[in-house]
Write a protein that binds this ligand. Structure first.
Ligand code: ZN
Length: 272
C-alpha cells in the first residue's frame, strides 16, 4: 500500500494515513487502501480495537482538490459523459457507503487527530467511535467557500449541536481541540507528543473487554442514533450536498466542477 500503513500492536490494529507531504489529502487510491485496511482489521479475530491515526503534522486536509487530483476524480467519475449522475454514484458508494460501513464495524474504533482536520478529514474521524485530539488539533468544514453546504457525511449537527454546526458551516472557521472537547465532539485532549501513546493506551484498555459486549455496546449507541434519525438524515443531507455539485456543474461551462470550486475558493469564497 502506498498511502496507508497497517500495523498490529497486541490486539490493536493501527491504521495510519501516510501521505504527510500532502497533509494526508485523500485521493481515490488512499481511500481504497483505507477501506481495505478497515476490512482487514474488521475481519481479523485477533484485532479487538482499531486506531485510525495519521503520519505527519496534520491529520488530513480533506479530499485532494489539486488540479492533478481533480483530473483523476473526473476520470473515475466519468464526469464528461455522466455529469452529476456520475459524481453522485461515485460519492454515494465511496463517501456515503464507506463512511457508513466504517462507522458500523462491530469493533471499537478510535481516531487520533493532530493538526488540521479539514472537510473530508472530518469524514474519517467522525465515523470513529472515540476521538482523541492533540492539543494542536483544529477542525473545520469550509466548503461553503466552494458553493457547497458541507462535506458528504453530515456529522455536523450530531457532533456539535444545531447552533455550532451552523456557525461552523456559515463561517468555515476552525474549532480548536479544547472547544471540540467542550462540545463533546472529542473524548479527550492530550499533549501533541503524547497523542500516539495515550491513544494506544486507551485502545489497549478497551481491548481487554469482552469483544461481543463491545460490539453490542457500540450497536446500542449507533442504533439509538439511527432511531433518532442519524441514518436517514445522513442520506437526506447527502442529497443536499449534491445540489452544490449540481450548481457548480450548471455554471462550469465544461470545466470540472471540482476545479470550479477550487477556483472560487482561491478567489476568496465568491459563490459559483
Ligand atoms: Zn461531493
Amino acid at each position: 500500500m502506498e498511502f496507508i500503513e497497517y500495523d498490529v500492536d497486541e490486539r490493536v490494529a493501527i491504521i495510519s494515513l501516510n501521505r504527510p507531504e500532502a497533509r494526508n489529502a485523500q485521493n481515490p487510491q488512499l481511500l481504497r487502501e483505507l477501506d481495505q485496511s478497515f476490512d482487514r482489521a474488521a475481519e481479523d479475530d485477533d484485532v479487538r480495537v482499531i486506531v485510525l491515526r495519521a503520519n505527519g503534522k496534520h491529520f488530513s486536509s480533506g479530499h485532494d482538490i489539486s488540479p492533478e487530483a481533480a483530473e483523476v476524480w473526473a476520470k473515475e467519475v466519468d464526469l464528461e459523459n455522466k455529469g452529476l449522475a456520475g459524481l453522485y454514484a461515485w460519492e454515494r458508494k465511496h463517501y456515503l457507503g464507506w463512511t457508513r460501513k466504517w462507522r458500523d464495524i462491530p469493533k471499537p474504533t478510535i481516531a487520533a487527530v493532530q493538526g488540521a482536520c479539514i472537510a473530508g478529514g472530518l469524514m474519517l474521524c467522525w465515523p470513529c467511535d472515540l476521538i482523541v485530539a492533540a492539543d494542536d488539533a483544529k477542525f473545520s468544514d469550509p466548503v461553503a467557500r466552494m458553493g457547497i453546504a458541507g462535506v458528504e457525511f453530515h456529522g455536523h449537527t450530531w457532533e456539535l449541536g444545531a447552533r455550532k454546526a451552523k456557525e461552523l458551516l456559515f463561517t468555515g472557521r476552525y474549532i480548536g481541540a479544547e472547544e471540540a472537547e467542550k462540545l463533546g465532539m472529542v473524548n479527550r485532549v492530550v499533549e501533541r507528543e503524547q497523542l500516539d501513546e495515550e491513544t494506544l493506551a486507551l485502545a489497549k484498555e478497551i481491548s481487554g473487554m469482552h469483544p461481543f459486549a463491545l460490539a453490542q455496546a457500540k450497536r446500542a449507541v449507533n442504533q439509538t442514533l439511527d432511531i433518532m434519525g442519524f441514518y436517514t438524515s445522513l442520506h437526506s443531507v447527502f442529497d443536499i450536498h449534491q445540489t452544490g455539485h449540481g450548481n457548480a456543474l450548471s455554471v462550469s461551462e465544461g470545466k470540472l466542477a471540482i476545479l470550479v470550486g477550487l477556483d472560487e475558493m482561491k478567489k476568496g469564497g465568491k459563490h459559483v
